[in-house]
Each structure stands twice: as C-alpha cells, then as structure tokens.
Design a protein around this ligand. Structure first.
Ligand SMILES: C=C(O[C@@H]1C=C(C(=O)O)C=C[C@H]1O)C(=O)O
Length: 357
C-alpha cells in the first residue's frame, strides 16, 4: 500500500471513531427524549423536517444535499427505533413504489406491514394495528388516486406528512439482452409512462398489464427462456434477482408520485407546512369563488384544488384543497373559520411539513 493511501485511510479510521462516538451520543439523547415524551407520539415529522432542512442548508459539500438527507434519515430512523420500533403499513407487495416511499420517509422500516389494498392501509391505522400508513395520493402524469381521496373523506385519521417520490422505471429481466424480449409486463400506468421508450426500443413486444410492477417482476423472475421483461423499480430488481437491461425508461423524467402518511395524531408546525382540507359547497353559481375568497383575503396560497363527486347527491362535488401553512398559523386559522362559515362541509385532514425531496 502506498504511504499516501495508508495516511488517508488512517485519517478516515480516526474520523470513523469520532463519528461512532457522536452517533451513539445522539442515540442516547434520543432514548432520553423518548422517556420525556411520556406516552406521546414518538415520531415527530415536524422535528425531523427541521433537522433535515437545517443540515442541508448548512451543508458545504462535497456531499450533495440528497446524500446528507439520506444519511441523516437513516441516523434518525435508528435513533427513533431506540425510543420505539414503529410499524408502518403500505400498499404491498415488497418492491412497490409505496414501499420505496415509506422507506424514504422513515429512513428504513423496522416493522414494515404490507397491505393488499389502500383500504386495508387505512383500516390498519384506524384500528391501531400499525402506527402509521403510507398511501399514494397523486401522480404528476396520471393525476389523483381517487380511492385515497374517498377514504380521506370518511376517515378520522390525520395526515401527518407527505412524500414526493421521483418515479423511475427500469426494464428488468432474467435475460441479459433487450433483443430477446418478446413480452413486457407492468402495471398499466407504468406501461403508459414508458410508451415512447417501448415504441423506440421494443416496437414488436407484447405489452401485458398486471396488477402491480412487483407482480410483473415476479413473472419475469419465473420466466425460463429470457423472453419476458418487467417494468419496475431498482428495488424490485434486487428483490427478484433480475438484470436491469435499461434504466430510467420513463417518458417524463420529472414523473413524481406524492404519498401521504396517515396517523392518529396531529403534527406541530415545522415552519414550512401544508394543510389539506375537504370542502363542500352548495351547487349554486359562484360557489367555488365564495370558497376561495377567505383564502385570498388572508393571502393564503393554494397549492392544489381537486374536485371529486361527493357520492351523496348526483352532481354534488367536494373539493380537496391544499394550502400553504399550518392550521395553527394566525392567517390560516382565520381563513379556515371564514371558510367553515361559508361551506356546507369543512374537514381539516391535517397540517404537515412540506415534503423534503
Ligand atoms: C429524538 C426525537 O424523536 C424522534 C427522532 C428524531 C431524531 O432522531 O432527531 C427526531 C424526531 C422524532 O421523530 C425527538 O423528538 O426529538
């Protein structure tokens, strides 16, 4: 070994010793904090968001902000686990983007619980069988996930966080060559999101929609002659031992899915929050303008407005609204009171930190 290499490695060893001590000191403090919480919620998304925002702001590199975020998410996940191991339910099976989103937010899952439907995720949290649930709510190209919105209408749960997950698709197969592929399996949305790539690179391959990309990966895994490929995540490639024949084959590189975290508790303000609401109006001209006026008066910005049939009367609509700020902020609180007076229904679904990408 050259002298220089040894010198550098000795320095790294010394730093690692310091880091080990420091990270254990941090863990010890988290354990103490767990006792101070005295039965209150262990997971504090607002505090975790503040920690990550502060560290990425102070980061001078060469590590990227994303790298710092990933490292500290893992550190916090392990510190949190000393307070309590949290169970998190998501739409399974393993290898789905819901699992990836849950992993991202919680910095790894100590007690993952796979569910077979979005309904089951809600039920598991409502019945107290798990601590948190992660459900998809919208995709930047495909739009809203209707089932999640309908269940939010009826639930007593709070939204305690959001996750923005960039969706990258890959062509996975037992084969090691794209030329051998005759059939491509994936969820119909994923097939649609890779339409241009498939037209350019596999124009003659049969496209078969299946219930999830993880199911597609399973079919590819069981294929013996190498003629089958799946469109799925890199995590699915690992889980199902498949070769990644082509990475990032999605037509829109900015394709992102937004997930919500469901909890039985409220979240304190983090300084950069969002509030989600459901509002219903009478079906009269100008009703939506009337609803938006209190928000405009208090200078509260709207980040989302989505209408959905209320399922009570024919052509009655409810609106899913996201606004900037926390329901405890003075302006938001005033606007919400005014909004409540003007609407036939107002339900605050939760205030939570804006997603950290
Ligand atoms: C240590 C705490 O508990 C959890 C762990 C955190 C951390 O490791 O920094 C932050 C927030 C909580 O989710 C805390 O509330 O401060």
């Amino acid at each position: 070994m050259s002298d220089l290499l040894k010198q550098y490695r000795d320095q790294i060893d010394a730093i690692d010793e310091q880091m080990l001590k420091l990270v254990n000191q941090r863990a010890q403090l988290a354990r103490e904090i767990g006792n101070v919480k005295n039965g209150g919620p262990i997971y504090r998304p607002e505090r975790e968001a503040q920690v990550l925002r502060r560290l990425t702001e102070h980061n001078e590199g060469p590590l990227s902000g994303d790298a710092v975020t990933a490292i500290f998410r893992a550190v916090m996940s392990n510190c949190r686990a000393l307070e309590k191991e949290l169970s998190v339910a998501f739409l399974g099976p393993l290898g789905t983007f819901s699992e990836e989103a849950a992993n991202k937010q919680f910095g790894g899952l100590s007690a993952p619980v796979q569910c077979s439907s979005i309904d089951e995720v809600f039920r598991m949290v409502e019945s107290g069988q798990v601590d948190y649930g992660v459900v998809p709510v919208e995709n930047s190209t495909e739009g809203a996930v209707g089932r999640t919105l309908d269940l939010l209408m009826a639930t007593k749960l709070n939204i305690c966080g959001e996750i923005a997950l960039p969706i990258h698709h890959n062509l996975l197969s037992k084969s090691d060559s794209v030329d051998q592929i005759k059939t491509v399996y994936a969820h119909s949305q994923s097939l649609a999101q890779c339409h241009q790539w498939l037209n350019a690179h596999l124009p003659n391959a049969d496209r078969q929609p299946v219930v999830s990309n993880a199911e597609a990966a399973n079919i590819a895994k069981n294929n013996t002659n190498g003629s089958v490929a799946a469109i799925a995540s890199t995590r699915a490639a690992e889980l199902f031992s498949l070769n990644n024949l082509a990475s990032n084959i999605e037509d829109d590189p900015k394709n992102t899915t937004r997930f919500l975290i469901l909890a039985t508790h409220d979240v304190a303000p983090s300084g950069k929050d969002k509030t989600s609401l459901v509002v219903a109006t009478k079906n009269v001209p100008g009703a939506i303008l009337e609803l938006l006026k209190p928000l405009a008066d208090e200078q509260v910005s709207l980040t989302k407005l989505e209408s959905r049939p209320s399922k009570i009367g024919l052509w009655e609509y409810v609106f899913f609204v996201d606004i900037e700020g926390h329901h405890q902020d003075a302006a938001v609180s005033k606007a919400l009171k005014e909004l409540e007076a003007r609407s036939s229904l107002l339900k605050v679904l939760g205030s939570y930190p804006v997603a950290i990408i």
